[in-house]
Design a protein around this ligand. Structure first.
Ligand code: SAH
Ligand code: SF4
Length: 398
C-alpha cells in the first residue's frame, strides 16, 4: 500500500481559508495586516453565507477585500461527478488539488438530510466486506478537505445560508471512506468548525462518528467533541472478528467493549450505536444474536443491522430477509432497539461500504482466492453454529 503526503501548497502561494480554526484565521488576518475583528466577519461570510469570492463580502471595505484576495482563496474540492439515485440519494466524487478523489453522499429522509463524509482517501484497514478497504491509495484528508465536503454539499443543495429548520443537510455521519479515528486531529478540527454556532452550525447531537474500534482514541473523541459514537462490531467473537475486521487483532472485543462503557457522556438518552452488517452464513445465526445481546449487557446501546451491500468481487452475500427479521426480532425482544438500515443509493454504489474512488477490477486470480477463502469461512462457521445451537437447544435457550 502506498501512503501519500498531504497535498502541497497552491502554486500561486495563496492559502485556502476553509478548514482553519478560529485561532488560525485570526493569525492569518493579523498576517494580512488587518484588524482582529475581520476574522469574525470572514467566518460569517465563509461558513454562514457560503461565499467563495471576497468580492461579495459587502461588510468589508474594497481595499480589505483586495488584500484578502491577493493572499487567500475560499476553495472546496471539485465535484467531478454528481450522481443521483432513483431514491434521491446523491453522491459526489470530489477531487482534491493533488488529484486524489473521495466520495461524499447525501441521504434525504422525511425528517432530516444526512451527509456521509469521508475522512481518508481509501482506508488503511481491510475489513473484508468493505469496498473502501480494497483501495490501494491511502492518505489522510486534512481539515480543509473534510469541511470542504460539507461546503460542497451545501453548494449543490443550494443551502447558503441554511434555514434553521427543515434543512436538506441537517445531520452528519463520519461513515464515508476511511477510519476517522486514525485521522483524529484533522477530523476533530473539521468537526469543531462544522459545529460552530456562527457558521455551519450542526450540533454535536446531529453528528455521529463511526469507528471500526480504534480503542485508544475513543475516550478523547467523546470528551473533546461529544459527538454520537457508532461502533462497527459485525462479529461477536474474536475468532471471526479477527478475520472480517482485522483491527480486532490489535484491539479485541473485550477491550473494545470496555472503551464503549467508558465513552464520556453515555446515558439511556445517549446511546452507542453498534453496527452489524448481515453476512449470509457468516455472522447471522440466532446464536450470534444471543451472544450480541450478552455482550452489550450494561452498555446503553442501539443496534443497527445493515444488510450487506454487494460490490463487484465481494466475497460475501447478504443474509436473507427472513434471517435478518429473525435476528432483529431476537434482539428486539431482548430490549434493544435494532432497526434494519434500509440501503440507500445502491444503484449508484453509494450505500454503506460501496464507496471506492479508484476503479480497479479484481484479477480473476484474486476473485478465485476470495471465493475459496469465503467458502472455507462459511463451512467452518456452519459447523460452529450447529454446535452452539445444539448446546443452546439442549439448555432450552433457543
Ligand atoms: N471506517 C469506519 C466508518 C466507515 S464505514 C467504520 O468502519 O466504522 C461505515 C459502516 O459501513 C461501517 O459500519 C462499516 O463496517 C459498514 N460497511 C462496510 N462495508 C459494508 C458493506 N459492504 N455493506 C454494508 N455495510 C458495510
Ligand atoms: Fe476502513 Fe471502515 Fe471500510 Fe473497515 S469498514 S475498511 S475501517 S472504511
Amino acid at each position: 500500500m502506498k501512503e501519500f503526503a498531504p497535498p502541497p501548497p497552491r502554486a500561486d502561494g495563496r492559502v485556502n481559508l476553509v478548514g482553519l480554526s478560529r485561532d488560525d484565521l485570526e493569525a492569518e488576518v493579523a498576517r494580512a495586516g488587518l484588524e482582529r475583528f475581520r476574522a469574525r466577519q470572514l467566518w460569517h461570510w465563509i461558513y454562514h453565507r457560503g461565499a467563495t469570492d471576497f468580492a461579495v463580502m459587502s461588510t468589508l471595505a474594497k481595499g480589505v477585500r483586495e488584500t484578502l484576495a491577493n493572499l487567500y482563496v475560499i476553495d472546496r474540492p471539485t465535484a467531478v461527478k454528481d450522481l443521483k439515485s432513483e431514491d434521491g440519494t446523491r453522491k459526489w466524487l470530489a477531487r482534491m488539488p493533488d488529484g486524489q478523489e473521495i466520495e461524499t453522499v447525501h441521504i434525504p429522509e422525511e425528517d432530516r438530510g444526512t451527509l456521509c463524509v469521508s475522512s481518508q482517501v481509501g482506508c488503511t484497514l481491510t475489513c473484508r466486506f468493505c469496498h473502501t478497504g480494497t483501495q490501494r491509495l491511502v492518505r489522510n484528508l486534512d481539515a480543509t478537505e473534510i469541511v470542504g465536503q460539507v461546503m460542497l454539499a451545501r453548494d449543490h443543495l443550494d443551502e447558503w445560508p441554511a434555514p434553521p429548520d427543515g434543512r436538506m443537510l441537517s445531520n452528519i455521519v463520519m461513515m464515508g471512506m476511511g477510519e476517522p479515528l486514525f485521522n483524529y486531529a484533522n477530523v476533530a478540527k473539521a468537526l469543531k468548525i462544522v459545529m460552530d454556532g456562527e457558521g455551519i452550525a450542526i450540533s454535536k447531537r446531529r453528528i455521529t462518528l463511526s469507528t471500526s474500534g480504534v480503542v485508544p482514541m475513543m475516550k478523547q473523541c467523546g470528551a473533546e467533541l461529544g459527538v454520537n459514537l457508532a461502533v462497527s462490531l459485525h462479529a461477536v467473537n474474536d475468532e471471526l472478528r479477527d478475520r472480517i475486521v482485522p483491527l480486532n487483532r490489535k484491539y479485541p472485543i473485550k477491550e473494545l467493549m470496555q472503551a464503549c462503557r467508558d465513552y464520556p457522556g453515555l446515558s439511556n438518552a445517549r446511546r452507542i450505536t453498534f453496527e452489524y452488517v448481515m453476512l449470509k452464513g457468516v455472522n447471522d445465526s440466532l446464536a450470534d444474536a444471543r451472544e450480541l445481546v450478552r455482550l452489550l449487557r450494561g452498555v446503553p446501546a442501539k443496534i443497527n443491522l445493515i444488510p450487506f451491500n454487494y460490490w463487484p468481487g465481494a466475497p460475501f452475500e447478504c443474509s436473507t430477509d427472513e434471517q435478518i427479521t429473525k435476528f432483529a426480532d431476537f434482539v428486539n425482544n431482548a430490549g434493544y432497539a435494532s432497526p434494519v438500515r434500509t440501503p440507500r443509493g445502491r444503484d449508484i454504489l453509494a450505500a454503506c461500504g460501496q464507496l471506492k474512488s479508484e476503479s480497479t477490477k479484481p484479477t480473476a486470480q484474486a476473485r478465485i482466492a476470495a471465493l475459496e477463502a469465503h467458502k472455507a469461512l462459511q463451512a467452518e462457521y456452519a459447523a460452529q453454529v450447529a454446535e452452539k445451537e445444539a448446546g443452546l437447544a439442549a439448555t432450552g435457550t433457543l
